[in-house]
Design a protein around this ligand. Sequence first.
Ligand SMILES: [Zn+2]
Length: 734
Amino acid sequence: MMTSQSRREFIATTLVIPVSILAKPGRQQPVPAETPWYRRTYRWGQTNITEEDPARYDTEWWREHWRQTRVQGVIVNAGGIVAYYPAADPLQHRAETLGQRDLLGEIVTAAHKDGLVVMARMDSNRAHEPMFRAHPDWFAMNSHRVPYRAAELYVTCIHSRYYDEYIPAVLREIIQRVHPEGFTDNSWSGLDRDSICYCENCARTFRDRCSAQLPRAKDWDDPDYRKWIDWNYARRLELWDLNNRVTRAAGGPHCIWSGMLSGDVPSESRRFRDLKAICARAEIIMFDDQGRTNASGFQSNGEMGKRMHGLLGWDKLIPESMAMYQRIPTFRKSASPDPEARLWMLEGIAGGIQPWWHHVGALQEDRRQFRTAEPVYRWHEANQKYLVDRRPIATIGVVWSQANTEWYGRDQAESRVLLPYRGIINALIRSRIPYLPVHIDHVGREDGLSLLILPNIGAMSDAQVEALKRHVSRGGALIATGETSLYDERGSRRNDFALADVLGVHAEDKKTRPVYGGPADHSYLRISPDMGSGERHPILRGLEETNIVGFGGTIQKAQPAGGTNVPVTYIPDFPVYPPETSWMREPRTTIPAVVLQQSGSRVAYLAADLDARFACDNLPDHLLLLQNIVRWAVSENIPLQVKGRGFVDCHLYEQPGRLILHLVNLTSAGTWRAPADELIPIGPLEVTIRVRQGIRPQTAKLLVAGGPGSVTAHGDWMAMRLPSILDHEVIVLE
Ligand SMILES: [Zn+2]
């Protein structure tokens, strides 16, 4: 137990904010009473309570931190793996130091007293040994009938009564005791795709529902394995609905349950979480993506926000758990460098995500982690009306598909699906071109998208193919790469690209190896003069001083149809070493790397995997080619220009009568690698935005620098100059 003296020391040493700026209690802004909590809770906090915390959780200290950070909602550990209240069932493991304390009840009471919303946090995916001994049929088994373990815990089977009956009973008990506004669950979706459960429940239910035996092993072409995957996806949705029925029946119509999700599509596919179907039934998405990786960058947070809002709608909220601790390598008890956590938060906010600070443990010896959230949260509170319920503006859609991740990506989803998508997104961000992620089933739904980009979307249903053909037949532009449309919706190869007519290419015989080259080859691309006029094509702009660019990737074998233009061809691999041998054996081929077609709509087919290569290698020549191809395809119909030095991620939105532009300065982080430990100002930036629906403002409000900025009109464009940006700026034009 913490002594009163040590508690005083703890408080004295952790209150780092000057008393003069402490907020008064009862600060919550009035909101219409009829607005449910999940539509009006914009700032969140979570102290992820560990088993030693019940002995030392200092409620008053945390209440003060809630006030300082202006949170409106907290996520409080409740039950599941560990109960933080005296649960009726002794088999639900109580926290080691809980004793008779009802920590959950105390925290919820304090939060409610302060006007905060509470989501009770569950973790339903494991349990302790006594539970396993009492109910072995609730636990997942491998093919040798050995239970799946995670350290000392046992993994529960998602197809068992643990999920049908036990967890619902725990949810009801928690509602009855503490009345949380809603529930979330850290790890709610059971074993992932790499572990087949052979428990009796699974065998029986699968036989009954799917008329098949459980698959013996992973085999993507086995009809029973495919049924097993479908059955698993369906079960997660069934549980989502069941949990919501339970919580609403016991806690009222707004007492909803929302399991945590991540924005990483390959990982969500491995966990059988159908993001589109979940967003169709969710009122709020609780996002668990704590920070960046070197491969994804801060910008991935803005991308995920826009992608998930595309499914969920822009009127709903997506809070995201953001680590205040050091993430990679992980030190749960050390503070993240402030700029690292801050830039992740700012990118999320730019993408429509709501901040949710996250600490592991109720007592921290590295008190620097308590400083990071407050300034961002105070800024967020002051400007919140501009940060929610808005619509993105873009003329370019980047198409994604979870089914493609599953059935085309299979066990190589990262390289086949994620990298091409990431390469395109990063090329657009680096070029400061606004884009929207578009789910393939929503093609045709978004207005104003002149260009759709298909980054190696191999697997497509016939209906999806037809929707893309309609886009082109209506004059829409298209860029497709690699194996796009070469497989059906289950990932079986077609005889030709389903989009062959649109793309202006046909696949070569599938019996031979379907590609030239491969990653790490010493290969090149040859930039050819335009065959008609002898002049270079606009997609080669900026490369006037060279006839070749380094490549080192894969070329899909494809035959161009008549009437197409092939401005870029392939130069095969030749030795790097020894230097005497490093000469091109085949300096010229007719192997197409880029095929362009302009009959009504502009269409580009990239046989060269420039998308995946740019994601991996970050070469400026690849960026230039991708950027030029996009600009050509969309005929320069881009609503935003930002000029000036630096790596700036731009997000453009509208609200009625108002335009909002986020500029996030990622310059310092792009220079080296994680974590960022310094912010480096950039500027000046010249920003030009196309006039939209008669919005023609004279002044711009700067939400970070403060004060007005002057705007000059140039025909259909508005221009302004930003002297400097440190971490981010948000411009409001109205
Ligand atoms: Zn099972």
